[in-house]
Design a protein. Structure first.
Lengths: 186, 154, 661
């Protein structure tokens, strides 16, 4: 809708807007190519205290999971379920962590049938110290979880320090999580 | 063209529910209506741009249940929404809040309309000059004889 | 025909497209008729070659040739024939092939029927069309070859997503592409005109039929997608403001603006550079839609499996096409400006304001769709923009547009008579009052009731004002009836097309308002024998049986719905498909003229034999489909007008001479 004698730059406006958008798209594509998943949501709970928890245990497995359990030492909280395919992929690493006794590892059995959880653990090994059941996503929502597995690193005061979305790779463990644990312990 | 994202499939394969289930519905119709209103502004966080009200995902179902729980516990609509935002961030809101980060989003349309309106007014005020390159009447007549003219206007 | 044959034909189409994009352009520059004449045969050859490739792939799907990776991944022997065929475009590679095929068909149509076009404009337009072809053919051949083979050959395919095995969705993509790609013609003509350095009334007349055709297809294509979502997703929603829906809706909005601004170019020699810009933008937005769906850049339920490499390729294509054409625009458009006086109260004034609102609406939807991306790029945080935002900002833009639509066609060119118009809209104002009042009395006085009634009033305004305008043309009741009849039969088809499309819009507004305001739902558990009442229908669950379909097993519920002594049987289904194993819901819909009764069978039976049942009363939803069909049909009526018929016999080059080229 250009008027007569209109400044020439107004005719450049469309291409400037397009250039801006192409830049935005290109940045996104580079991010995606670099391994970033656009659907990942960063947690807003970093550096906030863990939510209030009082989760019942799996049958025959001692205590459930309470907030107080997360205020004793640096610990990991892993959200998992026997229905979750990606959790199976992550499992050997968690078994390894447990075997090395690297850090207390707690599980939240998310939206899972307790007997199914137990069968899964019997088959694949049980790396967890404490497990709490979360049948209606109470804890999952309190943790702002968007899928399984997700893993939270909690410091000795019960403050969330790190969140990992998706299965933890060896690389992520060695380069990010393990050093963080060391750092938090000091 | 529908293809559920691979990530969603691999991370979250659970049984299929279907939007609001009969068991979820609150007995008090007024409270239930509030729950529906809130649910329609909250995003199902495992889905792509779906509200928790319409989503089939089990997490959405649990979020709906939680919304109703909070309402029953006496929360206002704002408190329920704030509860979700505290955990999921602004990402969970399908109607972003008006903050400096969203000024462009909220005021952009008005800005475009006003700027466009200014241009429209200028175009309307512009004198009928500068038609030097336009067709002469003779050319127009000839064109009309070739291309049938729409005399009725359309 | 072996798949390699198709691949070969496709590979051959690329150099042909290259020839089509270069030779005629050079010819037009040098005014060399022989070089320009290459465009026609090249466009024809391109269509034939791509057509062969498409036919080969279709044949591979029909015969379930699983040695082709694409067929293996998207088909299955047990699939009904229709869905074997629609499986061709139910995936990334095949749908791209359809895309370039339609592009080539449009090019060939111009070559075959564009004899009335000035030679140089035609050569340049076909050359631009060829360039688009080059880009997309290269994209297919280098990143998305649909003819890749598989060894060893699997005995069975992986099947097509059951959600896609549906009549509505089988035809949704081709319609959408006919719309998207149809706008490429307007784009090519716009770029050709920029190269020529002149835009005139004749140009607008050549561009309009293509825009009209594309617009009609896009309208129906979007409608099909909406209809599908309505009956397939199981809760009766029909528009979600999903990024991919928006990607098809934004070019529709700018395309609608283009349709109207081209009229101003034709009649008043004004708005030229704006119209050229709209033509470029509309096709660019169609490309943007293609990009968004395939790059994985936005998350949407509709997205194809994403691949960043392909994303980079399309982004480069997008940047070259849009960037190149807009650069040309920035250089040439300032010289185009001219035009007559614009009185605020005039037809052209009305069309200008129509463009203002449509362009703002398009920009708004684009802004909302891309805002999460923009926010992330500038580190403003991760946020979501969904239906509540779009409804809040979009509706206020549409209401004034619909009000203006009522009076716009009554305005005369150059100088309209507002007082005369005020006297002509009395009937429309009376209709608003009547409909608004009756709607309130029938529904109630809550906020939603008032909003719904206001929407109905708006629809009444537009419908009655449009009819008033038509009756003014035929001098209904003002002249003897035989004169009115004579006038009615001699009115241009373009005029009838406009009337039809505008009334279609009114019907659509009624559908949107009524279904949003007065939907009723009842979600409950039932055992066979139970009854529930929804909006006057007594619905009884008789039972449910497992039945076997072609490639699925289904739990089919049997309901009887009675109202006023009339009984109908409703059989909603819950299907589990064999391959891939996936569950779908098939709602049972009983349509009366005004409303749908919509019943869905949910989970069950549980231990006590209870089923979850959702029963919805969807008032005015059928109006959505009536309205969309009327709009699409209106476009086609207008297209059939003599002045739009592309091949109308005409002393060819004289037009160009007359236009002073």
């Amino acid at each position: 809708m250009a008027a007569v004698n209109q400044k020439r730059w107004t005719f450049l406006l469309p291409i400037l807007i397009v250039a801006l958008l192409v830049g935005v798209f290109a940045k996104r594509l580079i991010d995606v190519k670099g391994g970033q998943d656009p659907s990942l949501v960063p947690t807003v709970l970093l550096d906030t205290p863990v939510p209030a928890l009082d989760l019942p245990p799996l049958p025959s497995r001692g205590e459930g999971l309470r907030t107080a359990d997360l205020k004793k030492d640096v610990s990991l909280v892993n959200i998992w379920g026997s229905w979750c395919v990606a959790c199976l992929a992550e499992h050997p690493l968690l078994m390894n962590v447990a075997a090395e006794n690297a850090v207390p590892l707690h599980g939240i059995a998310w939206r899972d049938d307790p007997s199914a959880s137990l069968r899964w653990l019997a088959r694949n090994g049980d790396p967890y110290d404490l497990i709490g059941q979360d049948p209606v996503s109470e804890a999952a929502i309190a943790f702002g979880v968007t899928g399984a597995p997700e893993t939270f690193l909690v410091d000795g005061d019960g403050v969330i320090r790190y969140k990992h979305t998706g299965p933890i790779s060896r690389e992520a463990w060695d380069k990010t999580i393990a050093p963080l644990i060391e750092q938090l312990r000091q | 063209m529908i293809k559920v994202s691979l990530l969603t499939l691999s991370l979250f394969v659970a049984t299929l529910a279907q939007a609001v289930e009969p068991g979820e519905v609150l007995e008090d119709p007024a409270l239930e209506a509030r729950a529906r209103v809130i649910s329609q502004d909250l995003r199902c966080v495992v889905c792509q741009n779906e509200t928790i009200d319409e989503s089939n995902a089990t997490l959405a179902q649990d979020m709906r249940r939680l919304v109703r729980q909070r309402i029953n516990a006496g929360d206002t609509n704002e408190q329920v929404v704030a509860y979700m935002v505290d955990r999921y961030g602004d990402f969970v809101l399908l109607r972003p809040r008006v903050t400096p980060q969203t000024w462009l989003l909220w005021f952009g349309p008005i800005l475009i309309l006003v700027l466009g309106g200014v241009v429209v007014v200028r175009v309307m005020k512009r004198p009928a000059s500068n038609v030097g390159e336009a067709l002469s009447q003779e050319e127009l007549d000839r064109l009309d004889s070739l291309l049938p003219e729409d005399n009725e206007t359309s | 025909m072996t798949p390699e044959f198709g691949h070969f034909a496709l590979a051959l189409a690329l150099p042909v497209a290259l020839v089509q994009s270069c030779i005629p352009l050079i010819g037009a520059q040098r005014r060399d008729a022989a070089l320009m004449a290459v465009a026609g045969p090249a466009a024809m050859a391109q269509m034939l070659l791509i057509g062969l490739a498409f036919a080969t792939l279709t044949q591979a799907f029909i015969t379930s040739d699983f040695s082709v990776v694409n067929v293996f991944q998207n088909s299955h022997t047990a699939k009904p024939l229709l869905y074997k065929i629609s499986g061709v475009w139910g995936n990334h590679e095949g749908s791209l092939l359809l895309w370039v095929f339609i592009l080539a068909v449009f090019g060939a149509t111009v070559a075959a029927f564009g004899n009335n076009l000035p030679d140089r404009l035609k050569a340049r337009a076909l050359s631009v069309q060829g360039m688009i072809g080059v880009g997309f053919l290269a994209f297919i051949l280098f990143t998305s070859n649909p003819f890749l083979r598989l060894d060893p050959v699997p005995v069975q395919g992986e099947g097509l997503n059951p959600l896609l095995q549906d009549p509505g969705l089988a035809f949704h993509p081709p319609m959408l592409y006919l719309g998207y790609v149809g706008f490429s013609m307007a784009f090519s003509f716009a770029v050709a005109a920029l190269l020529e350095g002149r835009v005139d009334a004749a140009w607008a007349r050549w561009v309009r039929p293509w825009t009209l055709a594309a617009w009609s297809f896009l309208t129906v294509g979007i409608g099909l997608g909406s209809w599908w979502a309505y009956y397939e997703l199981g809760w009766g929603g029909w528009w979600f403001w999903d990024p991919v829906e928006n990607a098809s809706f934004i070019p529709w909005l700018t395309g609608t603006a283009l349709l109207h601004s081209a009229i101003v170019v034709e009649k008043r020699e004004a708005l030229k550079s704006w119209t050229i810009l709209l033509a470029i933008i509309t096709f660019s937005l169609s490309l943007l839609g293609t990009f968004l769906v395939r790059s994985g850049i936005l998350t949407s339920v509709h997205a194809f499996a994403s691949d960043p490499t392909r994303g980079v390729f399309i982004l480069a294509l997008l940047a070259i096409t849009v960037g190149g054409s807009l650069t040309l625009y920035a250089i040439r458009a300032p010289k185009l400006e001219q035009g007559g006086l614009f009185a605020p109260i005039s037809r052209e004034g009305g069309l200008l304001i129509n463009n203002l609102f449509l362009a703002t609406a398009a920009a708004t939807v684009l802004l909302g769709t891309l805002y999460p991306l923009i926010a992330e790029a500038f580190e403003l945080g991760k946020l979501s923009v969904g239906a509540p935002y779009f409804n809040t900002v979009f509706i206020p833009l549409m209401v004034p547009l619909a009000i203006l639509m009522g009076i716009g066609p009554m305005l005369t060119w150059k100088r309209g008579d507002l007082r005369g118009i005020l006297s002509r809209v009395k009937a429309a104002l009376a209709a608003v009052a009547l409909v608004f009042g009756v709607a309130l009395l029938l529904s109630g006085f809550s906020v939603t009731d008032v909003a719904g009634a206001a929407g109905m009033g708006l629809a009444a305004w537009l419908a009655v004002a449009t009819l008033t305008e038509w009756s003014g043309r035929v001098r209904l009741f003002k002249a003897p009836i035989d004169e009115s009849w004579r006038r009615a039969t001699s009115l241009r088809r373009a005029s009838y097309g406009m009337t039809m499309a505008h009334i279609g819009m009114a019907v659509l507004i009624a559908g949107v308002s009524g279904s949003s305001a007065w939907k009723q739902e009842n979600i409950l558990t039932m055992v066979p024998g139970d009854s529930v009442t929804v909006a006057g229908f007594d619905i009884t669950l008789n039972g449910a049986d497992v039945i076997r379909g072609a490639n699925y097993e289904s739990l089919q519920g049997n309901f009887t719905a009675t109202r006023g002594g009339n009984a109908v049987t409703l059989t909603p289904e819950r299907r589990v498909y064999d391959q891939p194993v996936q569950q779908t819901t098939e709602a049972a819909i009983h349509t009366t003229f005004w409303a749908d009764l919509y019943v869905v069978l949910g989970d069950g039976p549980d231990e006590s034999g209870r089923y979850v049942v959702r029963a919805y009363f969807e008032p005015f939803v059928p109006f959505l489909w009536y309205g969309i069909l009327m709009m699409g049909f209106g476009g086609l009526i207008s297209l059939s007008d003599r002045k739009h018929r592309v091949g109308a016999p005409r002393t060819s080059d004289t037009v160009a001479a007359a236009a002073g080229a």
